[in-house]
Design a binder for this molecule. Sequence first.
Ligand SMILES: O=C(O)c1ccccc1N[C@@H]1O[C@H](COP(=O)(O)O)[C@@H](O)[C@H]1O
Length: 219
Amino acid sequence: MALDIKICGLKTDGAMAAALAGGASHVGFIFFAKSPRYVEPAEASRLRQAARGKAKAVAVTVDASDAFLDEIVAAMQPDMLQLHGSETPQRVAEVKARYGLPVMKALSVSEAADLERIKPFVGVADHFLFDAKPPKGSELPGGNGVAYDWRILTGLDAGVDYMLSGGLNAANVGDALRLANPPGIDISSGVESAPGVKDPALIEQFFRAVRAARDNRAA
Ligand SMILES: O=C(O)c1ccccc1N[C@@H]1O[C@H](COP(=O)(O)O)[C@@H](O)[C@H]1O
């Protein structure tokens, strides 16, 4: 089965090139002003051109207003919207209807019981992303480089289409794939040399680690 791989928080041509060279299926742009990965919609529009026909461009927003979503969608024409705040199932449905785009709803988890929270979103959101809960005091709902016990994801129904995220890097992605066998993975700070600064060499290293883990499993 193909593994979806999203490199999130792209801000430069070099990082985009490394993500595409590695075989990213999704590239993410952060539209949350407090994030060191924030990009203006116009700049995301420029950057995403390189991904056309190669990887899906994902706009990551946090409890965004219709006005801001309108601006993002008009500027960069994303292939998917990632809602990474406290959006309700009703809000997810509204956003889907307004833009006609697939929506990935992010939920923060730390224990198996947290997975119950997907229930009202099933049949509403197209995809899910399971991220770690932000550490106390963090201003960011994601992109904190924090991991959780990925084994809890094995309790999900087989049909749930999701990405595992939170604290991934080249050193631990093999464990994540082995323990949870997710349909997709998503990484941001684990391929950065400083907050918000993607390192093409770390992106390449991450893809190498993914390939090695998958080769090991096939052997
Ligand atoms: O990355 C951010 O700054 C961010 C801001 C607001 C919402 C979501 C954000 N990132 C998402 O969090 C995951 C996990 O990040 P990490 O790998 O633990 O650093 C990331 O892939 C984004 O989808």
